[in-house]
Design a protein around this ligand. Structure first.
Ligand code: BGC
Length: 446
């Protein structure tokens, strides 16, 4: 069993040199993306700048994420302060169907949080890659996170939402005076939320069901001509879509390759190593792989076991295991029983926990790699302070994740520079950001 552990450890712990190589390749891809050359980091312009913090008014924010939909009525106080007036959320019960199966229930749900007889500007954050033509238009380039609603790829998602709102407004009268005034990626929303209260914030990061980053770029660094930015004309927020970074092919394990081959989402190689949608599945593939080699976990794939089913073992289970700090891992044993593994030996459970830690640890290190590469791209000597606003269930909820990401940053940026890149968690950043972007889009730049 020790031999298997050593092999797995080596596979999931890329050397410092290979991580340095990834940082370099990541930066090359950012450069190519900004110049509109073929790149696995698309750098989609969002046509909006950071807010000033002085934007004010009441807006509706709609946040369509990887697992949840949230609608929030947000009051921006104009001094960097945000007040949430109403908030509601629901969990998406399906990830495929027709476009209307996604957007009609969302429209109806928005109606439930609005007051009758008022008109609202709605900011829409959408947690999927869109190629934007303006601040309120964007075509979905491809589904990620295994989503598969038909009739959405290639179409303008703000228009699809507007059509559903119009359909539902016939019966839900509160929807009659809602207009979709801004569309943004969820990472752009997080960045806007961070920047609304702290002008040093120039990066937004999501580590949840999916993963991605957004960055504020001085327009002089952009090697292609783009229409004007709404807000500050000298900068542009870019949705990087760096979950699609394919430089990590060089550190893929056989398990990552199997996961990718069996996935419905094309590409997204970094995301498949980092995000909550996939970590449980990687662990499952390691466990079943070792079991079939006779190296432990021999009886873990019995008829009732979740380890038989793709995606049966989830990242939430991974979190539960990380919380179990007892010597014999009795809590893990009980969880395994619930998951259909009749008996497990303490040694097997220890190896299992170690695998979970390695998979989660690599994820945090790859997040650190993405932050280190992006901050040093926009500021190579880290002369200014950068605040990275972060949202997402994995970052928030996985025990020890934030510390591991911080340790990774220390490894990559060094002790002398680490103070220049501060990671700051912002709760509901993507949703609130939709309101802030709607405000920037409505107000322009004073
Ligand atoms: C999507 C991104 C999104 C990220 C985080 C990825 O799957 O491609 O657009 O920002 O998930 O939600």
């Amino acid at each position: 069993m020790n031999d298997s552990l050593k092999t797995i450890e080596d596979l999931f712990t890329p050397s410092t040199e290979s991580v340095a190589g990834l940082i370099e390749e990541f930066q090359n891809e950012i450069r190519r993306g900004l110049n509109e050359d073929n790149s696995s980091i698309a750098m989609h312009p969002s046509y909006v700048s950071r807010p000033t913090g002085r934007e004010a008014g009441e807006f509706v924010a709609l946040d369509v994420g990887g697992s949840n939909v949230r609608a929030t009525v947000v009051e921006l106080a104009g001094d960097g302060m945000v007040r949430v007036r109403r908030h509601a959320a629901f969990r998406l019960s399906r990830i495929d169907g027709e476009a209307a199966d996604l957007f009609d229930p969302i429209a109806e749900f928005i109606g439930g949080v609005l007051e009758e007889g008022r008109s609202y500007d709605l900011g829409f954050t959408f947690a999927f890659p869109t190629d934007q033509a303006a601040v309120n238009q964007g075509r979905l380039t491809k589904w990620t996170k295994e989503f598969a609603f038909r009739g959405v790829e290639g179409n303008d998602v703000a228009a699809l939402l507007t059509q559903s709102i119009a359909r539902k407004a016939e019966t839900v009268t509160a929807l009659q005076s809602v207009s979709v005034t801004a569309l943004a990626n969820d990472t752009v929303g997080v960045l806007a939320t961070g920047a609304y209260s702290d002008a040093r914030c120039d990066l937004g990061l999501i580590v949840g069901t999916g993963t991605n980053m957004a960055v504020a770029v001085d327009r002089r660094l952009v090697g292609r001509s783009l229409p004007p930015t709404v807000g500050n004309p000298d900068e542009m927020l870019f949705n990087m879509e760096c979950g699609n970074f394919d430089g990590v092919r060089s550190i893929q394990t056989p398990y990552d390759r199997t996961l990718d081959t069996e996935s419905d989402s094309e590409g997204q190689l970094l995301e498949k190593m980092v995000s909550g949608r996939y970590l449980g599945e990687i662990v499952r593939l390691v466990v079943t792989g070792l079991g079939s080699d006779g190296n432990g976990f021999s009886d873990w794939s019995g008829p009732n076991s979740v380890f038989r089913l793709p995606y049966g073992f989830t990242t939430e289970h991974l979190s539960d295991i990380a919380y179990d700090e007892s010597d014999e891992l009795a809590g893990t044993g009980m969880l395994l029983k619930r998951l259909g593994v009749g008996t497990s030996e303490p040694d097997e459970r220890r190896l299992f926990k170690k695998i979970c830690q390695l998979v989660a640890g690599r994820s945090a290190r790859m997040v650190a790699m993405s932050i280190a590469a992006t901050t040093t791209y926009i500021d190579p000597r880290l002369e200014s302070q950068h605040v990275i606003a972060v949202d997402g269930s994995l970052f928030r909820g996985y025990p020890g994740y934030q510390l591991e990401a911080q340790a990774g940053l220390q490894e990559m940026l060094g002790n002398s520079s680490i103070e220049q890149a501060q990671v700051s968690y912002v709760r509901d950043g993507s949703g609130i950001g939709a309101a802030i972007i709607a405000a920037v889009a409505g107000a322009g730049f004073p």
